[in-house]
Design a protein around this ligand. Structure first.
Ligand code: UD1
Ligand code: CA
Length: 521
């Protein structure tokens, strides 16, 4: 079936969404890393309409700002104070027609004929900002069905166990044709028994929609202009009114409260995870694996339990992620391993290993075959190929070359209490354990630093930076200062019964050191 290209998709998002009980507008709540209206926009884009318009009113500025950010080419239409989905659709269509006229005028055309021709023509899809499981495939199937039926209006319907609250599809008993849609609040007992419901998603012929919207009243239980009333009007005027039944009823469910938000979020996640498994990703525990809609995974990625891949995260082939890992906007190369890690806005190159218990903050770039190990936090740090930061360290605002090793418990001291400073470490450097590198400082290629060093001045290539003072040994200190303590008793016992294990030379050295210390104090 050749798909017709819709003239427009109108997304209705002017409603209040009061049942969310939230300071955030309903359509800005998200599942799978995308706002609800973001899902509607993605589905709309998938069927390649000529234009997309979103109708806004409630929380207008917040919603408009979000839409402009994620879909700058979308047209925003303001609904006025007249309530109802019919009015919302009217405002959307009017905005489309008005911009078409404006474009025509700008192009220099004048006169009524030219203006008439600029109005939207052909198929117009109307959908909601709160039905995130309605994807491009379903919208496309609806448009196809509309084209195949040669209909004036095609409504997407579903057959459900509990139709309470929905508009009911009233069909002709003989021909099965759709006669009208009756809202729950306006329906008779007999009509309420109908289990085929209106999804609130339609395809209209633009001219039919325009003509019918001009005739819709507010004479109903809610005093609103009902978009579904277009069906009865279209039919009265001789148009074909068709229904397309959604293959999976659950797909057309909307989000009205946070329970539905979680349920649809779980369902959407299950679909995303299933799709990746079919595309060659091993997911050990689908129930505890959360993958956002915009994540990209290569074949033969393995995801272990309790892992969340969020935002624009991508993972290369052969890489193992998890368990217990959250990555937001992280690019992971091939053949890498990321275990029990929390990372955001970072890059992990091929063959690198991260974790367990690593915290990668924004701006971390770990080079190929590099290592960020246990209890290491990084931020705005470039760590070169084959370079290792294996244990208990903080690397902030630093550039480290390749094949360098950073000893355990090293801190890049980047903050002087007022501003942050950057440090640079070269290639093939050996930073000793428990170093403090006071930024800004530079350590040249092939340099070493001693254990426990506090590096305040640059260390040139090949040099050793150290500043530790000789160790003091104060014989008998515990016995004198902590008499009778368990430590004192243990020491006493050891001195009485055991050889202290030192050579003659070492014992003489220790005695000399003790004398010196005592002399100093
Ligand atoms: C609507 C349908 C109903 C259908 C149901 C499916 C009408 C009259 N009824 O009912 O047949 O079964 O959807 O969920 O259309 N909106 C606006 N402006 C408004 C009112 C609503 O933009 O003035 C938007 C909302 O933001 C929402 C959509 O339209 O995205 C549907 O509105 P909602 O109030 O949820 O309609 P229902 O009463 O559920
Ligand atoms: Ca609704």
């Amino acid at each position: 079936m050749s798909r017709i290209r819709p003239a427009a998709v109108i997304i209705l998002a002017a409603g209040a969404g009061t049942r969310m009980k939230s300071a955030t507008p309903k359509v800005l709540h998200s599942i799978a890393g995308r706002s609800l209206v973001g899902h509607a926009l993605a589905s709309a884009a998938a069927i390649e309409p000529q234009r997309v318009v979103v109708v806004v009113r409630h929380d207008r500025e917040t919603v408009a700002e979000h839409i402009t950010q994620i879909a700058p080419h979308v047209l925003l239409a303001d609904q006025d104070e007249i309530p109802g989905t019919g009015r919302a659709a009217y405002c959307g269509l009017s905005a489309l027609d008005a911009t078409a006229v404006a474009a025509q005028v700008a192009a220099g055309a004048v006169g009524d004929t030219a203006v008439m021709e600029t109005q939207a023509e052909g198929a117009v899809v109307v959908t909601s900002g709160d039905v995130p499981l309605v994807d491009g495939e379903l919208l496309g199937a609806l448009v196809d069905a509309h084209g195949a039926a040669g209909a004036a209006v095609t409504v997407l319907t579903a057959t459900v166990d509990d139709p309470t609250g929905y508009g009911r599809i009233v069909r002709d008993a003989g021909t099965d044709e759709v006669l009208s849609i009756v809202e729950h609040k306006d329906a008779t007992e007999e009509q309420r028994a109908i289990t085929e419901i209106n999804s609130g998603i339609y395809v209209f012929d633009a001219a039919v929609l325009r003509g019918a919207l001009a005739q819709i009243g507010q004479d109903n239980a809610q005093g609103e202009m009902y978009l579904p009333d277009v069906i009865e009007i279209a039919r009265r005027e001789g148009g074909r009114t068709h229904a397309f039944i959604a293959p999976h009823a659950g797909d057309v469910e909307g989000v009205n409260d946070r329970v539905q938000l979680a349920q649809l979020g779980q369902e959407l996640n299950a679909r995303i995870v299933t799709r990746w498994m079919r595309d060659g990703v091993t997911v050990m525990d689908p129930a505890t694996t959360w993958i956002d809609a915009d994540v990209e995974l290569a074949e033969d990625v393995t995801i272990l339990p309790n892992t969340q891949l969020q935002g624009r995260t991508t993972v290369g082939t052969g890489t193992v992620v998890g368990p217990d890992t959250t990555l937001m906007d992280v690019t992971v190369g091939a053949g890498a391993s990321v275990i029990r890690t929390h990372g955001s806005a970072s890059v992990i190159d091929d063959g690198a290993t991260v974790g367990p218990f690593s915290f990668l903050r924004p701006g971390t770039h770990l080079g190929a075959s590099g290592r960020i190990g246990a209890f290491v936090e990084t931020k705005n740090a470039t760590i070169g190929e084959h370079t290792k930061v294996p244990h208990l360290s903080y690397v902030g605002d630093a550039t480290i070359g390749h094949h360098t090793n950073v000893g355990a418990a090293t801190i890049f001291v980047n903050y002087d209490g007022i501003s942050k400073h950057h440090s640079t470490v070269g290639n093939h450097v050996r930073i000793g354990s428990d170093n403090s590198l006071i930024a800004p400082v530079e350590i040249g290629d092939g340099a070493y630093t001693g254990a426990g060093a506090v590096i305040r001045r640059d260390v040139p290539p090949g040099a050793l930076g150290r500043n530790s003072s000789p160790q003091q040994v104060v014989e008998g200190w515990v016995g004198n200062r902590r008499p009778g303590s368990a430590s004192a008793l243990a020491a006493e016992e050891a001195l009485r019964t055991h050889d202290d294990g030192l050579s003659e030379g070492a014992r003489a050295e220790r005695a000399a050191a003790t004398e010196k210390t005592e002399g100093e104090s």
